[in-house]
Design a protein around this ligand. Structure first.
Ligand code: KG4
Ligand code: ZN
Length: 331
């Protein structure tokens, strides 16, 4: 089944084509330049930009795959969670193509796309532990099968990506901040400043990042004299430690063999190194999607959507965008 997948949940306009041989094309048009000067995503601008970019992005994906719209056999798109104005653009275009061509259509949960992104690169046996770390989400899931997710933990306040982005803003770095801090941290000393690590005693595998953000603010207000690279490396280290701790504990408690990290923050070089070292030492296999499939993309939506379409799942074309859309049930 040759599937056209569309993703516009936040600030990236993305389209992909997948068939039985895998990803035939994956195009992402980033809006970083548009939002950069505001230091964060402006929802109204994001949806307007999606409207400008969506058709050219789909055309490029089809051209890269060497096919035309006539060759598309099914359509899938993200329908939540995300910014409603952004989601609506991709979802309406997908439904429009499905309606006009009489093609099967299914909507995909963005979080499911992230959790399954690893499967675009390599097989992983179920169940696996999935740590999803992005700009809007930080949650831990037991991925039992496609469509079967048990939420084990979540952030009590900010998402890890938010802690990176807000920290970067305080430090006068660009947007999105995660990548900027990652770059700066490469040349810094991660033990220069000991930022506090929140530990949530009751609540199992939950996370919290508001404390480390506050202590960075306090450090700056106190007129900290450390080099910027050292501040970045120390701040990044605290966030990474707080992600690795509960994840390893859950992996041990649940007895899984593989830990999969996904979402935009999984592109972080220190998180990749630290989770791999600690996880491997504890006897787990640790897997990360390739960089292009860590941050938002339509290939991962295509993977989840195609699997559902092959099972015969369909959504009615009345399917609406949903700002919040949980997956799985709490453990
Ligand atoms: O998954 P994603 O592209 O969009 C959401 O669904 O939120 O994640 C975006 C987040 C942003 O907060 C960004 O700062 C963060 O991922 N990010 C990183 C890195 N690259 C992107 N955070 C830390 N280190 C990176 N290298
Ligand atoms: Zn995402």
């Amino acid at each position: 089944m040759r599937v056209l997948a569309i993703e516009t949940s936040c600030d990236d306009t993305a389209a992909a084509v997948l068939d039985e041989s895998g990803v035939r094309a994956s195009i992402v048009a980033s809006q970083d330049m548009v939002h950069g000067k505001y230091g964060g995503i402006v929802p109204e601008l994001a949806s307007r930009q999606h409207m400008v970019a969506i058709l050219p992005v789909i055309e490029r994906a089809l051209a890269d795959a060497g096919i035309g719209l006539d060759d598309v056999e099914a359509v899938t798109a993200t329908y939540g969670p995300g910014l409603v104005g952004s989601l609506l653009v991709g979802l309406q275009v997908a439904k429009g193509i499905a309606f006009e061509r009489g093609l099967p259509f299914v909507g995909v949960n963005h979080l499911e796309g992230h959790l399954l992104a690893i499967l675009l690169d390599r097989p992983v046996a179920f169940p696996y532990l999935g740590l999803l770390v992005s700009g809007g989400h930080t949650s831990l899931y037991l991925v039992e099968d496609i469509g079967q997710y048990r939420q084990l933990g979540r952030t009590r306040d900010d998402a890890a990506g938010e802690a990176f982005d807000k920290g970067a803003k305080m430090l006068g770095l660009g947007f999105p901040g995660g990548r900027e801090i990652d770059k700066r941290a490469a040349g810094g000393n991660r033990t220069a400043i000991r930022f506090p690590r929140a530990s949530i005693k009751r609540g199992g595998y939950d996370f919290s990042f508001s404390g480390v953000k506050t202590s960075l603010r306090q450090h700056l207000l106190d007129g900290g004299t450390h080099a910027l690279d050292d501040v970045c490396a120390s701040y990044q280290e605290a966030i990474v430690d707080m992600l690795v701790g509960p994840t390893l504990k859950a992996a041990e408690d649940l007895g899984v063999t593989t830990i999969v990290v996904s979402g935009g923050v999984s592109a972080n070089s220190r998180l990749r190194a630290s989770m791999t070292d600690a996880g491997t030492a504890a006897g787990f296999e640790v897997a990360f999607p390739r960089f292009a499939y860590c941050t938002d993309n339509a290939a991962m939506i295509g993977y989840a959507g195609r699997a559902r379409l092959l099972r015969g799942e369909r959504h009615d074309l009345t399917l609406n965008a949903a700002a919040t859309l949980p997956i799985g049930v709490d453990a």
